[in-house]
Design a protein around this ligand. Sequence first.
Ligand code: C2E
Ligand code: CA
Ligand code: CA
Length: 624
Amino acid sequence: MSSLPNKHESAMTVSRDTLLGLNDYSIRKLYSHELQQRICELEQANAALRSKLQEHEQTQRALEASEACRIRVFESSLIPIIVMDYETLRFIDCNRAAAKIFRLPSVADTLHKTLIDISAPFQYDGTSSQEKMHAYIQQAFLHGEVIYEWRHQRPDGELWDGEVQLMTFQAGNRYLLQFTLRDITLRKRYELQLQHLATHDELTGLANRTLLLDRLDHCIHLAHRASQMVAIFVMDIDRLKVVNDSLGHSCGDQLLCAIASRLRKQFRQADTLACMGGDKFVVVLSDVHDIDQVLHVAGKINTFFEQPFPTDSHEVTVSASTGVAIFPNDSREPEQLLRNADLAMARSKKLGGNMLTFYSPEMNQRIFETLELENGIRHALQREEFRLYYQPKVDIKSGKIIGCEALLRWEHSKRGLISPLEFIPLAEETGLIVPLGSWVINEAMRQGQLWQQQGLPPIDIAINISPRQFRQGNLLNIMKEGIRRSGIDPCRLELEITESVIMDEPEKACHTMRELKQLGIRLSLDDFGTGYSSFNYLRKLPVDALKIDKSFINDVTTDSSGASIVASIIGIAKNLGLQAVAEGVEHFDQLYFLVGCECDSYQGFLFSKPIPADEFTTLLKNSK
Ligand code: C2E
Ligand code: CA
Ligand code: CA
């Protein structure tokens, strides 16, 4: 049997022997079969190719449709999109929304623009846009994408704020930048308004404490690098309360605004001006090369308040207490520098106001000592280190002890006996006088009742009441409770009040005094003659005695005017039906003078210094 080429053999591989053994018919038959098969195969391949081609055409059409769609989406998107060349920063393409946001008539108008053309010259932190944008582009290259806020500028110069998403991509061998923008002008405006509110004084619009410290920190940093100085002036308006009380708060507010406005006019833009709420203004001078510059400004501040300030209803003249501290001498820390200027200001205030004081390290030392003293007073109360000494009050006619004044002493474990002059003013300032004063009241009553129980001659006890104690409101209750607890007869008690306390708020003071008198207590005006008593009020005051101040008694024998003052005070007391008590009598000739003027009683070293309770008991026993 002839062997036919199998399916895998081509016609050409039919062997010569096979061919020789075949006739024409057989050959034709053999090849026609082969051909049929080939044709069939070719047709199949052709069909497959055609289907592939169709598929390709379909894909191509789909791609074209998608591209058209993409272009349409890009062009019609409401989100502004721009494509730029990385090298030149020139626009390559952008959509209509982008042209619109830049206020350009068409997309074509944008194509000759660059990123610089649409940016504001400077960004929020003051850096030039050119410098800043390169930093962002580098970041985008590093991370593929960066989002940031950018200050833009329109062709007419109008500034607007945008949030930018910047991406980088490669097209062929070209690097491109894609910007997507969002207008955030409104949000930014609100943000800035909020930021302004958080960093500025609401009334005057000047920087507040937060911004002041921030700027001060910045100034110190720059001054440190340039070996320069920074000076800080703290000005506290003197007696603004008087303006508020007499002319009204609205006038006070207008005054503060007028001061702020004058400050703005008289200082450089580079100087920071702040208002720390209330009536405290601050000026920070940067770029200070020498102390003369500071002195020049100090002179300027001294004359700053000379001219009156206009308000709607009045021209108001005020003064200020000013304190100055300088970097690096007075501190290198912003907060400490401000605190030191504050201390210097407080010193100006203490010395009467309307003056300027430079900070000195002793001020800090004084504050430290004050704090120590304040703590000491608290502990002394707990440790019962306070004592009452008693100074006899002597009747001038009979020479007998008719009373005493209770005077406070602090028996300090290390320092010995401390005078009240050293700690009473601080106790008054800190409010510690209230518990301390209550202790004095109760202790004096306890001692007075004890003397009565011991059968000693009845004497009056005078207790000093400080201004704060008097105004505190519960003095009446403290007195009532003390009288109840000690059992002392209230007619033996006298409270010494200074005239300044009464003159501050005469009506209120009179009311309190009347309430106290209803308890049966007597009242006297201490240090009489040193304050500004109005004789008109004196007539109405429910007081029983005037205590003539030691300073007048000192002069009665050496100075004729001193003598006539004392004689007049005694005359006034007599006219008003009050007792006259002379304080600080040290010499006989002073006593003779008082006898001549018919003064009622006296206290002083001539008879006795203030002495402890047991010594006073002996004195009373002996006088009996
Ligand atoms: P003051 O009320 O004017 O008391 C009279 C002061 O003059 C007392 O000083 C007394 O020791 C002193 N003195 C009396 N006679 C003479 C004298 O002949 N010559 C001289 N040079 N001085 C004389 P002290 O005890 O040092 O008290 C000073 C001030 O402290 C008192 O002045 C009073 O304002 C205040 N003080 C004393 N104790 C208390 C208290 O318990 N409460 C309050 N709030 N203040 C008190
Ligand atoms: Ca007194
Ligand atoms: Ca006195």
